[in-house]
Design a protein around this ligand. Structure first.
Ligand code: HEM
Length: 243
């Protein structure tokens, strides 16, 4: 018999941040292409309009990033726990997860990672999100802010290598975001259904199914999957519901 559990994986502030941020980054990429390659893409009427929209999206992404950081650092207090890979993640976890995505997934093998509120990212996600959220996003925000205020911040621009270096670095980081987006969206569709990982990003709850041999839920003869056991330990009643 199959039992379905729901784990509360993604709190509302994170969901609001994520979709605002995704919308902002996509806007930045499109307007950025318009600004960098106006002969290839020119869809915002004037060049000035593309710059204005790019700057506005940059401000929105910067503010929402600051709120995200405050939330994870001071309200949830889970930034380090969720986003920093452990020694085992680096030693074996990342390789195991890469092996799953490149080979085992296509043979119908099980995902070696099962998300819990305390450990919701697999080792590959942890490493990727750490670089994106704590290195590349702050860098793109910093370089973008310098480019928005070239005249008043010219001393700082000289310290970081001059305007050419700054423009080159900003463009290179933007390319990393484009590459991340493709991989991120592709991997996000590899749940047990293509939209399974989108659900917790929309309503907070992830669906977990496990097979029970005994319909009365007696522990004798019950077929647990490992995820179920871990969720029972990690999930408080407020973070789990059973259907
Ligand atoms: C249209 C664009 C995007 C889509 C469709 C999308 C989709 C998703 C989905 C389905 C998840 C949940 C599954 C998972 O954890 O991997 C997720 C989580 C996440 N995404 Fe995205 N994403 C987009 C853009 C972005 C961008 C631009 C960034 C960062 C710059 C980003 C950063 C993250 C992070 C950090 C998480 C984990 C959030 C948390 O639970 O703390 N995403 N995304």
């Amino acid at each position: 018999m199959k039992q379905t559990e729901y784990i509360y994986l993604t709190p509302m502030p994170v969901r609001i941040w994520h979709w605002l941020n995704a919308f902002g980054i996509v806007t930045l990429i499109i307007t950025g292409i318009n600004i960098r390659f106006p002969d290839i893409l020119n869809i915002f009427g004037t060049y000035k309009a593309a710059i204005r929209l790019h700057n506005t999206a940059g401000v929105v992404v910067s503010i929402s990033y600051t709120l995200w950081l405050i939330y994870y650092l001071f309200i949830a207090g889970t930034l380090a726990k969720l986003y920093i890979p452990t020694f085992n993640d680096i030693k074996t976890g990342i390789i195991r997860q890469v092996f799953f995505y490149f080979f085992q997934y296509f043979k119908g093998g099980p995902n070696p990672h099962h998300g819990t509120p305390d450990n919701k990212f697999n080792p590959m996600q942890k490493a990727a999100y750490l670089v994106i959220m704590l290195v590349l996003l702050p860098l793109v925000i910093f370089s973008g802010a310098l480019l928005m205020y070239v005249a008043p911040l010219r001393e700082v621009i000289l310290v970081v290598g001059g305007i050419k270096t700054l423009v080159g670095a900003h463009f290179l980081i933007a390319c990393c975001f484009c590459a991340f987006l493709f991989v991120h969206i592709y991997l996000a569709t590899l749940g047990h259904t293509p939209l399974a990982y989108f659900k917790p990003m929309w309503d907070g709850w992830e669906k977990v199914e496990h097979a029970h041999a005994d319909p009365h839920g007696d522990s004798h003869g019950t077929v647990h999957d490992e995820a179920s056991d871990r969720n029972r330990v990690a999930g408080s009643p407020a973070t789990m519901k059973t259907v």
